[in-house]
Design a protein around this ligand. Structure first.
Ligand SMILES: Cc1ncc(COP(=O)(O)O)c(C=O)c1O
Length: 490
């Protein structure tokens, strides 16, 4: 049934169900799925497909920002109180799904709530994180990078890297994948489906499924399979079936969910990032929050305090929330998320959902989205494939709205220009660490951030992954820029 037909039905009353939102209709809408806002039982319509989104009136969306610090803490407390029952982060998140999925998501939420308080599961997970994933990851003092960003008086912040690149599989993704694969096993599921963009979540899921003897199918956009081909091979070596989907990560996500819906009793959809309907964003955040917990402990050991500033790249939000969450209530810790500005923030070719998007519903939850005037999803772009998603975690949307986290952008060229002292080259050549292009975005922001900070400020950058998957691409890119010699940093 066409979306416009359903929306035109008498039972639909958007003004009643979501006071600050209205649907933007388009003749191009073609919804196959009737979605439902579970919280207030008001029927609304959306789609698993990439086209359909809801958009908020601008004048209402930002009106009630808390501004005082106490307001921010109260907003966080209120969200914590309601989160486990409704999946709402303020007005973001929720469960915008077809009724057929509600039961399945409820079972998953119940299992998640159970394992969070189950000492047996927690002990098993702690062992897996230590002996399989390789945690804890170091908090590394990047001495030469720190020196590089000092001013002419020899002053500047101290830069530390949280080394998620050292995890098994080469990224933070395994923290969540192993935990959810353990949940799938406990729920008696035989197979796992997942979607991947850069391939890191695909590799992490394939590895976790091999370890736990679960069948594994990974959906990946055909463009991404080409751009991150080394990870496609790794997934296959790990025993996963890799299915090509026309498009990129957003299209692979839609296809993975469709596949899961076809066999809800036996298969498990393993969300790789903090988006989707409740409980997916909370589960992923929770399993990634080990990053921030370790960072607090390690900072205390190293300098006897907290970080002053925490920086992370934002694709859909899992590594950022993983390191932010622990510090959300520490108002003296600045939290900075870096989105991909791609070819330029005003070029229309970027992935900056929080910076440039509007509020709407996509893949089962309300959050900031890249969408056009008619509510159609705009394809994202970044040189960091893992940053290409047109939406973002509802929890990050909430942190933006209450002013608890700052968000900035970095262009492709600032992360990798192939010829000068870009963020990728700097980390390779100053520290001997090859960062993923996604993490290079967080690192690139240091160029703007460092001159604004007092000397000795402790900055922790989440180095979310290593750059093996990008090495080919970077080499070709550098050749295109006709780089004969990279500069000497002595
Ligand atoms: C190394 C790395 N960092 C960051 C990301 C972005 O994802 P998220 O925002 O969920 O951390 C990805 C996604 O694939 C990734 O592979």
């Amino acid at each position: 049934m066409a979306c416009s037909k359903i929306l035109g039905s008498t039972s639909f009353n958007p003004a009643k169900s979501t006071p600050f939102c209205k649907p933007k209709l388009s003749t191009r809408l073609n919804c196959n799925w009737p979605w439902r806002l579970v919280e207030n039982k008001a029927p609304i319509i959306c789609s698993l497909q990439s086209h359909c989104a809801w958009t908020c009136d601008d004048h209402l969306s930002l009106k009630s920002h808390p501004t005082r610090k106490s307001d921010i803490l109260r907003a966080i407390d209120q969200t914590n109180e309601t989160l486990f029952s409704t999946g709402k982060f303020g007005r973001f998140g929720g469960i915008f799904v077809p009724e057929t999925l509600v039961d399945c998501l409820n079972k998953l939420a119940a299992e998640f709530n159970f394992i969070m308080h189950d000492p047996e599961f927690q002990a098993e997970l702690a062992i897996a994180l230590r002996d399989y994933v390789g945690r804890e990851t170091p908090l590394y003092f990047a001495k030469r990078l720190t020196d590089y960003y000092k001013n002419s008086e020899g002053e500047g912040p101290e830069i530390y890297l949280k080394r998620e690149d050292l995890n098994h599989g080469g990224a933070h993704k395994i923290n969540n994948a192993i935990a959810q694969a353990m949940i799938a096993k406990r729920m008696g599921r035989k197979s796992v489906v997942a979607a991947t963009g850069a391939g890191q979540h695909g590799v992490a899921t394939a590895a976790s499924c091999a370890k736990l003897s679960l069948d594994c199918t990974i959906f990946m956009g055909d463009l991404d399979m080409e751009r991150q081909s080394s990870n496609v091979l790794l997934m296959k070596h790990l025993g996963a079936q890799v299915k090509s989907v026309k498009g990129t990560f957003k299209d692979a996500t839609s296809e993975a969910i469709r596949n899961w819906v076809g066999d809800l009793d036996n298969s498990y959809y393993l969300a790789g990032t903090a988006v989707g309907p409740h409980p997916c964003p909370s589960m992923v955040r929770e399993f990634q929050s080990v990053i921030g917990k370790e960072t607090r402990k390690q900072a205390m050991e190293k300098w006897g305090g907290k970080p002053d500033v925490v920086v992370a790249c934002v694709g859909s939000g899992s590594n950022a929330l993983g390191i932010f969450h622990e510090f959300v209530r520490d108002e003296d810790v600045r939290l900075i998320g870096i989105e991909a500005a791609g070819s330029g923030i005003d070029s229309g070719k970027h992935s900056a959902s929080l910076t440039k998007g509007d509020i709407g519903v996509y893949h089962g939850a309300m959050s900031y989205l890249l969408q056009d005037e008619e509510g159609q999803i705009i394809g994202p772009h970044s040189i960091g494939v893992g940053l290409e998603y047109p939406g973002v975690s509802p929890e990050l949307s909430f942190l933006k709205e209450i002013g608890r986290a700052e968000f900035n952008t970095v262009t492709d060229k600032e992360a990798l220009d192939g010829k000068r002292q870009d963020a990728y080259a700097l980390l390779c050549r100053l520290e001997g660490i090859i960062p993923a292009l996604e993490a290079s975005h967080a690192l690139a922001y240091l160029r703007k951030l460092c001159p604004t900070l007092a000397s000795g400020t402790k900055v922790v950058v989440n180095c979310s992954g290593r750059g093996d998957k990008d090495a080919d691409k970077v080499f070709k890119y550098q050749q295109e820029q006709m780089v004969q010699h990279l500069p000497d940093f002595e």
